[in-house]
Design a protein around this ligand. Structure first.
Ligand code: ZN
Length: 274
């Protein structure tokens, strides 16, 4: 059995995080947020062919801190569309992957109204979020309402960052470890608010100087990304994004321990928490 090793040394391997949104056959797609189920299936198969394993960001960071993330790729799905549960989760499980879905607890019965040109896509409600967690996916916060956070006043920022965390803790039974900035928009004050709210990490897109634990770079993956594009994006990633220092490991989800399941990354059989 192959055990992934971290050739760059403990905590130093590059972190390649892919950014998805919706998985469906919806057209048109003016914001390029949709991949078809067939394309996602092919991209996950490409990972496997290249001996890469798609995992949640939390799982990736825990493995990296332990020096065994070398062949892991972080899979993230922003906005928490209903199609994540209905379409992406079965595909992910079929390929032995986990992922992080960043949801909007302020829009539990809503849709992506912030994408003014549509098309409208349903968002996960509380039952859907719980079902995704039960299926082994990591739940993270995307804020409450999908607002750009830099520029919000202190009370609004607190609601988007800290209150969304509280709401998700009520829904899933444990506070989320991860946060994701809507539109990838982050500045120092916003990143500090995320840290102070108790999150263990946050995802951005191309955060430049802010790159670090609370501004992890990601790369957009879309419908056009056939195998050669995936290969190119992987090759270019270390050149297009700043390297990350060693980062602390996020806490393991209580839910995983409760069910006796551990991160499969290291093939460790850890005893369930009592
Ligand atoms: Zn978003």
């Amino acid at each position: 059995m192959r055990v992934a090793t971290d050739s760059a040394g403990p905590g130093l391997s590059p972190v390649w995080l892919l950014m998805y949104h919706s998985v469906s056959y919806t057209t048109p797609d003016p914001y390029r947020i949709t991949v078809t189920p067939d394309r996602l299936h092919r991209q996950l198969a490409w990972l496997r062919r290249n001996r890469l394993r798609g995992v949640s960001v939390g799982e990736l960071l825990r493995a990296r801190a332990a020096g065994r993330a070398g062949r892991m790729v972080g899979l993230t799905f922003d906005d928490g569309y209903r199609d994540f549960l209905d379409t992406a989760v079965p595909l992910l499980r079929g390929h032995g992957c986990t992922a992080t879905v960043f949801v909007l607890p302020g829009r539990l019965h809503g849709s992506n109204v912030w994408d003014t040109d549509g098309p409208r896509k349903r968002l996960l409600n509380a039952d859907g979020i719980r079902a995704a967690a039960e299926a082994g996916m990591e739940i993270g916060s995307h804020g409450l309402l999908h607002r750009s956070l830099p520029g919000l006043d202190a009370a609004e920022l607190e609601r988007e960052v800290a209150h969304s965390r509280d709401l998700l803790a009520e829904i899933t039974g444990e506070p989320p470890q991860g946060f994701c900035y809507p539109y990838g928009a982050v500045d120092r004050r916003t990143a500090d608010a995320v840290r102070d709210a108790g999150y263990a990490y946050a995802c951005a897109i191309d955060p430049g100087r802010l790159t670090g634990q609370y501004a992890l770079p990601r790369v957009h993956v879309g419908e056009r990304d056939i195998a050669p594009m995936m290969r190119l994006k992987r090759l270019l990633h270390p050149w297009r994004r700043r390297p990350l220092p060693p980062l602390p490991a996020p806490a393991r989800p209580v839910r995983a321990d409760r069910s006796g399941r551990s991160d499969r990354s290291g093939r460790q059989n850890e005893a369930p928490a009592s």
